[in-house]
Design a protein around this ligand. Structure first.
Ligand code: ADP
Length: 592
C-alpha cells in the first residue's frame, strides 16, 4: 500500500507533476469542475425523496402537482448530472491524448539533442519505460483522477452542505463516523510508513533474485546444479514473507477499523440513534431525520473513492518524475554555427571526466592531418575509446577543445559533423526496420543503386541477396544476421555517407574467420584516402600508421611512427614486445 501523503507532502514532487500537466491543466480543471457539478446534480433525487417524504408524512398531504414537479426536476437533474460527468470524462480523455502526443514528441526532440554517449551508458529499457510505460501510467491521472476527484469531491461537498442546512446538530453527529475513519486511516498510514522502506527493498530483492535465477537457467542446467539455483530466490521470498507480515499486521487492524467506521450500516446506526435522541429531546421532528437516513450513508462511497485514487496519484507521480527526468536530460550545446574549412582535426589540451574530479583524459594534444592514419594504442582502461568518442561528440570535452577544419566541434551543426566524421564501432546498433533503411539511416535520400554499391563495398551485398526479401527484409524478423554480418552492415552505413574522416574501433573479436577477412577487406578499401583514427588491435594497422598515439592512464604518453617509437625503447616498445595489445591488459607494464 502506498502512502497517500507521499505525493502531496513533497512540494518538489508536486511541482514536477504540475509541470508535466501544464499543457492540459486548464482542460483538466474544466473537466474536474464539470464532474463536480455533475456529481452534485446526481444527488438531487435523494434530496427530492426526502422532500417528498417530508411533505407526505409531515402534512399527510395527497400527492399534489408540486410532488410531480419535484419528481420531474430531480429526474432532469439526474440526467443533466450524468451528461456533465460524461462530457467531463470525454474532455479528460481528449486532454490525455493531447498530453501523450505532446510528451512523446517532446521526449523524442530532447533525445535527438542529447550526447550520443548518454545512450551508451543507459539501457534502452530505461527510455522505453519512460516513453511507453510511464506515459501510460500518467493516463490514470489525466484521464481519470481529476474527474473522479471532482465527482466524489462534489458529492461529498453538496451532501455535507445539504445536511448542515437541514439541521447542523444532527449533521455534526452524523459526520462523527467519518472523523473516526480519518483517525484510523492516519494510524494505518503511520504504521505502514514505518516499514514501507523495508517492504520496497524486499520487493526489489525478489525482482533481482528472479532475474538472476532466469538468467542463470542455461548455466545451471548445463552444470546440473538445479537445486542451488533458486536458493537466492527462496531466501528473498522467505525474508519478504516476514517483512510482509510485519508490514500488514498493524495496517490490517487499523484499516479494518477505518472501513468499519464508514460502512453505511454504521453511519445509518449513528444517524438513527442520534435522530431518536434528538426527537425524544424535542429538538427535531421525526420526519426531519429522513434526509440524514438517505444522504449520510451515501457519503461513504465517494470518500472511499477519494482514498483509493490517491494510489493512482502516487504511481503517476513516480512516472511523472521519470518522464520529467528524461525531458531535463542535458543536451549538447551549439552556441554559434561555424563551417569547418578543411578536414584537419586538432585536439587542443583536451581533458575529460565522466564523473566530477575523476579525469580519465588529461591535456591531450595532437593533430590528424587529412588523408593520414592514426592508431591509438594502450592498455585496457587507458582512455582510448573515450578519446575516439570525444571526436564523435558522444560527449564534449570537460576542458580544452577539438576542432575540425578550425571550427570547434561544439559549433558545428550536428548533421554536418556526422557527414564529415563517420564511425564504425564494436557495438553495432541496428534499428527495427528493413536492411535498406538500416544502411540508408544517415542518408535517407540515397537511391537503391547507391545503397547496393555501399553494401558491395562493405562485402555484405551477396549476403543480403540471400535473405528472404533481400534489401526489404526486416532486421530481427526475416533478417537474422550474425555479429560479423551486422558489423559489415554498419560499415555499409558509414560507406554510404562517404565521410572524409573515419573513426574506427578495430573489432574482430565477435567475428568468425570468414567474417573477419570480409570485414578487414571492406574496411581497408573504405579507409583509403580518408583521415583515419583507429583504436588499433591489429599489429599491421599499427605498423603502417602514419602516427601512433600511445595512451597511458589518460595522458598521451608517446607519439610517433612505429620505427621511431620502437627505437625510443619506451612504453610502446614494451607493448610491442608483449605482442598483442588486446591481450596485454592483464600484464603489468610500467610507464617509462
Ligand atoms: P579503453 O578504451 O582504453 O579501454 P576507456 O576509454 O573505455 O578505455 O575507459 C577509460 C576509463 O574511463 C576507464 O577507467 C573506464 O572505467 C572509465 N569509463 C569508461 N566509460 C565510462 C562511463 N560511461 N562512465 C564512467 N566511467 C567510464
Amino acid at each position: 500500500m502506498d502512502s497517500p501523503e507521499a505525493a502531496s507532502a513533497n512540494p518538489q514532487v508536486a511541482g514536477t507533476l504540475s509541470r508535466i500537466l501544464t499543457p492540459i491543466r486548464g482542460r483538466l480543471c474544466v473537466a474536474a469542475g464539470l464532474a463536480a457539478v455533475g456529481g452534485m446534480l446526481t444527488l438531487v433525487p435523494l434530496a427530492a425523496i426526502a422532500h417528498i417524504g417530508a411533505r407526505v408524512l409531515g402534512a399527510g398531504a395527497q400527492l399534489s402537482s408540486e410532488v410531480w414537479w419535484v419528481v420531474g426536476l430531480s429526474a432532469l437533474s439526474l440526467f443533466a448530472g450524468m451528461a456533465l460527468i460524461f462530457i467531463a470524462e470525454l474532455l479528460a480523455h481528449l486532454a490525455d491524448n493531447r498530453l501523450t502526443h505532446h510528451l512523446r514528441r517532446a521526449i523524442t526532440q530532447r533525445l535527438s539533442r542529447v550526447p550520443l554517449g548518454w545512450f551508451s551508458s543507459r539501457a534502452s529499457g530505461e527510455v522505453k519505460r519512460a516513453m511507453q510505460d510511464d506515459i501510460n501510467t500518467l493516463h490514470s491521472l489525466t484521464a481519470h483522477f481529476y474527474t473522479t476527484a471532482g465527482r466524489a469531491g462534489g458529492a461529498v461537498l453538496v451532501s455535507m452542505v445539504y445536511l448542515l442546512a437541514m439541521d447542523w446538530r444532527l449533521a455534526l453527529v452524523s459526520l462523527v463516523p467519518f472523523a473516526g475513519y480519518f483517525l484510523f486511516l492516519s494510524r494505518a498510514m503511520r504504521a505502514s510508513g514505518a516499514s514501507m522502506q523495508e517492504f520496497v527493498s524486499g520487493m526489489a530483492r525478489i525482482d533481482n533474485a528472479v532475474v538472476e535465477f532466469v538468467n542463470g537457467i542455461p548455466v545451471v542446467k548445463a552444470f546440473g546444479a538445479s537445486g542451488k539455483a533458486h536458493g537466492a530466490y527462496r531466501s528473498a521470498i522467505d525474508t519478504f514473507a516476514t517483512t510482509f507480515i510485519d508490514f500488514t499486521r498493524p495496517l490490517v487492524a487499523s484499516m479494518a477499523n477505518a472501513n468499519a467506521m464508514i460502512a453505511p450500516v454504521t453511519v445509518l446506526g449513528v444517524v438513527l440513534a442520534a435522530g431518536t435522541l434528538f426527537v425524544s429531546l424535542g429538538w427535531i421532528a421525526p420526519v426531519d431525520v429522513l434526509p440524514f437516513v438517505l444522504v449520510a450513508p451515501g457519503l461513504s462511497a465517494p470518500l472511499l473513492l477519494l482514498h483509493y485514487i490517491t494510489h493512482d496519484l502516487n504511481n503517476a507521480t513516480g512516472a511523472a518524475q521519470r518522464v520529467q527526468g528524461l525531458l531535463d536530460t542535458p543536451t549538447l550545446t551549439q552556441s554559434a554555427v561555424q563551417l569547418p574549412s578543411g578536414n584537419a582535426i586538432c585536439f587542443e589540451q583536451v581533458g575529460y571526466a565522466y564523473e566530477r574530479d575523476h579525469a580519465v583524459l588529461r591535456d591531450i594534444n595532437f593533430t590528424l592531418q587529412p588523408g593520414t592514419t592514426t592508431a591509438i594504442v594502450g592498455l585496457s582502461g587507458a582512455g582510448k575509446s573515450t578519446l575516439a568518442r570525444l571526436l564523435l561528440r558522444f560527449f564534449d570535452p570537460s576542458s580544452g577543445r577539438i576542432t575540425l577544419g578550425g571550427a570547434d566541434l561544439r559549433h558545428i551543426d550536428t548533421p554536418l559533423l556526422y557527414q564529415r566524421i563517420g564511425f564504425v564501432l564494436q557495438e553495432v546498433r541496428l534499428i527495427n526496420a528493413s536492411v535498406r533503411d538500416n544502411i540508408a539511416l544517415g542518408r535517407p535520400s540515397a537511391t537503391a543503386q547507391q545503397i547496393e554499391d555501399a553494401a558491395r563495398a562493405a562485402n555484405i551485398h551477396e549476403r543480403i541477396l540471400r535473405l528472404a526479401r533481400g534489401y526489404d527484409s526486416m532486421i530481427g524478423e526475416d533478417a537474422q544476421l550474425s555479429g560479423g554480418e551486422q558489423q559489415r552492415l554498419s560499415i555499409a552505413r558509414a560507406v554510404l555517407l562517404d565521410p572524409p574522416v573515419l573513426v574506427l574501433d578495430e573489432a574482430t573479436a565477435a567475428a568468425d574467420a570468414d567474417n573477419e577477412v570480409a570485414i578487414q577487406e571492406a574496411l581497408s578499401r573504405f579507409a583509403q584516402g580518408r583521415t583515419l583514427l583507429v583504436i588499433a588491435h591489429r599489429l599491421d594497422t599499427v605498423m603502417h600508421a602514419d602516427q601512433i598515439l600511445v595512451i597511458h592512464d589518460g595522458t598521451l604518453h608517446e607519439q610517433g611512427r612505429h620505427a621511431d617509437l620502437l627505437a625510443h625503447g619506451g612504453l610502446y616498445a614494451q607493448l610491442w614486445q608483449l605482442g598483442d595489445y588486446a591481450r596485454s591488459e592483464s600484464q603489468a607494464v610500467q610507464p617509462c
